[in-house]
Design a protein around this ligand. Structure first.
Ligand SMILES: NC(=O)C1=CN([C@@H]2O[C@H](COP(=O)(O)OP(=O)(O)OC[C@H]3O[C@@H](n4cnc5c(N)ncnc54)[C@H](OP(=O)(O)O)[C@@H]3O)[C@@H](O)[C@H]2O)C=CC1
Ligand SMILES: O=C(O)CCC(=O)C(=O)O
Length: 446
């Protein structure tokens, strides 16, 4: 990573204030290197101490979640909601249920969400929440009871004009249904305090697909800049969840050959490209809580235990699993394999070492805060539909999503033009920062 004295001093102060929060420091440093000189050059931003304010969440709600397992035993987990910034709109961002969830992880995700949501052009503040609850190996009834208890604790702090959670890792439409039912009981009212709802009770068409589709629309726009398209391109994707599988389906529909999907057990390879049928099989494994190690013969897939997708030759790489999934060695494998574009479906999938390797290579890199913003953008559209009490058709939402992703691409490119090779990362950081900074400075010191 580029080094500069101002950022190093800023980061030293942050690390002193927040010891041990490594994921949070990683996310903040990435943004700070691009925006600290913008803040210093802008007298209002500097006087308002925008960056210092943006490295402290508005508040963190922390709670105990007690629930009963199928054997009747009491289980205790921890839950949090990081309400990061509501400078440009109500708090908005997903809920993650995974044993790796900590306040540091949720602070990094909330921080990223602030800039991402600003880039959508919609009035959405940033937040993130979740629990260290591990749904793996739990029955449906146990997961439902956990969701109900989690929401009883969270409900007093959210609402349609206050904070609107949605899904993230291990929180899909099914969990949102259980969370929404508990919210509705608590509030004594039917209000759009969650997005990603089922379409029969206020959910938007295309929200489930939106992050993966949006990622591919962004890549389409990157290719169009070079007068290219997806036809015939080899695309390596990691993950087997919501984002990965919908990115795979959309990329294949636009003519690309998707050559990998993966989970924590290993990587599935499809030298001739995943068919929609093969992607459906992967989705079904995820829904059943099972790994992808035994694909049926007729799907044309081979499984490599413990392997990652990045040694497979591909022009385009879409990491869609989780943070820090690509380390320096895997980034080098991407460079050696001739990858030309890395666009992030996951939030912060590159370690700092991987970001350095890719930064020094000729790869064009686009960060998650721009490329995976399609999910939250359609959540914003769901909020509008709920307020108007008027659902939109799938065709309307998909067209809006594509247009929003094109606009995000245009804005990040405009701010990130750098010779022949666009710096989308710098563009996204600066464009997101300016929007939030303008709102913060306009509101004075409070
Ligand atoms: N859902 C959304 O709308 C949005 C999601 N994102 C981001 O996208 C990423 C994926 O989220 P989502 O698809 O919703 O989550 P899901 O829960 O649907 O899927 C996540 C999948 O990733 C796999 N995985 C986790 N770690 C690894 C790893 N190291 N290597 C390979 N596979 C791994 C898991 O495998 P296993 O089953 O083995 O654990 C799991 O199946 C996250 O970073 C999330 O924050 C960003 C914007 C919006
Ligand atoms: O739709 C939302 O509010 C959540 C999206 C999300 O969590 C994300 O963009 O990482």
């Amino acid at each position: 990573m580029r080094r500069d004295r101002l950022t190093d001093e800023f980061m030293d102060r942050l690390r002193d204030r927040t010891p041990g929060e490594t994921e949070f420091h990683q996310a903040v440093e990435h943004v700070t290197r691009d925006v600290i000189t913008i803040e210093k050059a802008h007298a209002d931003y500097a006087a308002a101490k925008v960056l210092e304010r943006l490295t402290e969440p508005d508040r963190i709600v922390s709670f105990r979640v007690t629930w009963q397992d199928d054997a009747g035993e009491v289980e205790v987990n921890r839950g949090w909601r990081v309400q990061y910034s509501n400078a440009i709109g109500p708090y908005k961002g997903g809920l993650r249920f995974h044993p790796s969830v900590t306040p540091s992880v949720l602070k990094f995700l909330g921080f990223e969400q602030v800039f991402k949501n600003a880039l959508t052009g919609l009035p959405l503040g940033g937040a993130k929440g979740g629990s260290d609850f591990d749904p793996r190996g739990r029955s449906d009834a146990e997961i439902m009871r956990f969701c109900q208890s989690f929401m009883l604790h969270l409900a007093p702090f959210i609402g349609p004009n206050r904070d609107i959670p949605a899904g993230d890792i291990n929180v899909g439409t099914r969990e949102i249904g259980w969370l929404f039912a508990a919210y509705k009981l608590h509030a004594g009212a039917f209000a759009g305090a969650l997005t990603g709802k089922g379409q029969s009770f206020g959910g938007s068409a295309v929200r489930t697909q939106a992050t993966g589709y949006g990622l591919v629309y962004f890549v389409e726009a990157m290719l169009a800049e070079r007068r290219e398209d997806l036809e015939g391109k080899r695309v390596a994707i990691s993950g087997k969840g919501n984002v990965a599988t919908h990115a795979a389906l959309k990329a294949a529909a636009l003519g690309a050959r998707v050559v990998t999907l993966s989970d924590t057990s290993g990587t599935l390879r499809a030298p001739d490209g995943f068919s929609a049928h093969a992607v459906d099989w992967v989705r079904a494994r995820k829904a059943a809580g099972e790994d992808i190690s035994s694909p049926p013969r007729d799907l044309g897939l081979t499984f490599a235990e413990g392997a990652m997708p990045w040694t497979e030759e591909a022009e385009i790489a879409l990491p869609c699993a989780t943070q820090n999934e690509i380390d320096g060695d895997m980034a080098q494998a991407l460079v050696d394999g001739g990858t030309r574009i890395v666009a992030e479906g996951a939030n912060m999938p590159l370690t700092p070492e991987a970001a350095d390797v890719i930064g020094r290579s000729g790869i064009v890199y686009a960060p998650g805060k721009a490329t995976n913003a399609g999910g939250v953008a359609v959540s914003g559209l769901e909020m509008s539909q709920n307020s108007h009490r008027r659902p939109a058709s799938a065709a309307e939402v998909d067209a809006d999503l594509r247009e929003i992703m094109r606009r995000i691409h245009a804005v990040t490119l405009e701010e990130g033009r750098d010779g022949d090779r666009p710096d989308y990362s710098r563009g996204a950081n600066i464009a997101g920062f300016r929007k939030v900074a303008d709102a913060i400075t306009a509101m004075g010191a409070i």
